[in-house]
Write a protein that binds this ligand. Structure first.
Ligand SMILES: NCc1[nH]cc(CCC(=O)O)c1CC(=O)O
Length: 333
């Protein structure tokens, strides 16, 4: 900052007494970056992780966390698929980005719709946490040993249909609320087991609650599960170099493919969709799934190709699924 010229003696502020205390010397010269986030415990953990990454990479930058309440946080009594689904956790935060109230937003990638509003982009995709779903059950009973009729808490069509596919004898019941609320409802006896993303439980330090990791061959993860999304304004030259340090190529390539898959199928929301990619020796292996809600019909395909073609692989996998029965599942809704 350049020193300001002295005020003209007739300026109203010139007569004001000096401030009682100068700002702390360490911070007074720092550039500030404002990070927008939801206020849930997990969202704040994620935003603080990003803050620490930025501040350790750029000692001259101070990151401020700004909490924003979203529609998804206000509606806690109904499954989100009923009230508009994805996007409900991000809209207000995107408005703050466009209004320049914040500089970057940290989201769970899983909560991001396929298309972002004009003027915004994904600035970085940091390293992915465990992408799997997990079962947390009372008395630590794994999925294949739960008694017939046991009540499984999930509001995700994707999880419900895949559970029903392997255990049609179990009962699925809706559950909402943040991680702590859901675990509380399990402990109360409202459910015999619940299905959650490993990433959230691990990030909040509750790994020991996990009964069973559900492998992708029985429970294919949601698009972007376990990954974060750093959203920002397009063409913001001050922010781009900061975000470059957060980006992880081995996460970005699979997630780009998963999101291309999502965009191709998104018109058809409210049906169970899953897609998960991994990189092996620079080759992308992408698995996609579309199912009927009751889990009786399921179309699942695997596609492989160079990581550089991630977007095209995702789109063509979705087309393959539509050709091989997914379109029919959609028609029968
Ligand atoms: N559906 C809400 C949601 N969005 C992101 C996560 C955390 C896991 C992640 O980042 O993928 C969760 C909780 C869950 O699904 O258990």
């Amino acid at each position: 900052m350049r020193p300001l010229p002295p005020l003209h003696p007739l300026h109203p502020a010139a007569a004001a007494p000096p401030p009682a205390a100068l700002p702390a010397a360490g911070n007074s010269m720092k550039n500030i970056i404002k990070i927008g986030t939801r206020g849930s415990q997990l969202a704040l953990w994620q935003a603080n992780w990003v803050k620490n990454q930025i501040e350790s990479g750029f000692p001259e930058i101070q990151a401020l966390i700004i909490e924003i309440k979203t529609t998804g946080d206000k509606i806690v009594d109904r499954p989100l698929a009923m009230v508009g689904g994805k996007g409900l956790f991000v809209k207000e935060i995107e408005k703050a980005l466009l209004d320049k109230d914040i500089d970057i937003a940290v989201h769970s990638m899983k909560d991001m719709p396929g298309d972002l509003p004009g003027g915004l982009c994904i600035g970085a995709i940091p390293v992915r946490e465990d992408p799997r779903d997990v079962l947390v059950s009372r008395n630590n009973i794994p999925l294949n040993e739960l008694p017939s009729g046991a009540v499984i808490g999930t509001s995700s069509l994707r999880r419900a249909s895949q559970i029903k596919y392997v255990r049609p004898d179990l009962t699925i019941a809706s559950i909402r609320g943040n991680l702590g609320t859901r675990l509380g409802k399990l402990d109360n006896g409202d459910f015999d087991a619940i299905v959650l993303a490993a990433a959230g439980i691990i990030r909040l330090g509750m790994k020991e609650r996990i009964t069973q990791y559900l492998e992708p061959d029985t429970m294919l993860p949601a698009v972007g599960q376990g990954a974060l999304c750093i959203e920002t304004r397009e063409n913001d030259a001050d922010i781009a170099p900061i975000l470059a340090v957060l980006d992880n190529r081995d996460t970005r390539i699979p997630v780009v493919a998963e999101r291309a898959f999502l965009r191709k199928l998104e018109g058809s929301c409210h049906i169970p969709v899953a897609c998960f990619g991994t990189l092996k020796d620079r080759e992308l292996i992408l698995t996609g799934l579309v199912a009927s809600e009751d889990g009786t019909q399921m179309v699942k395909e695997v596609s492989r190709g160079p990581g550089a073609s991630a977007e095209a692989i995702g789109t063509s996998l979705a087309t393959t699924l539509l050709d091989r029965g997914a379109a029919q599942i959609l028609e029968n809704l």
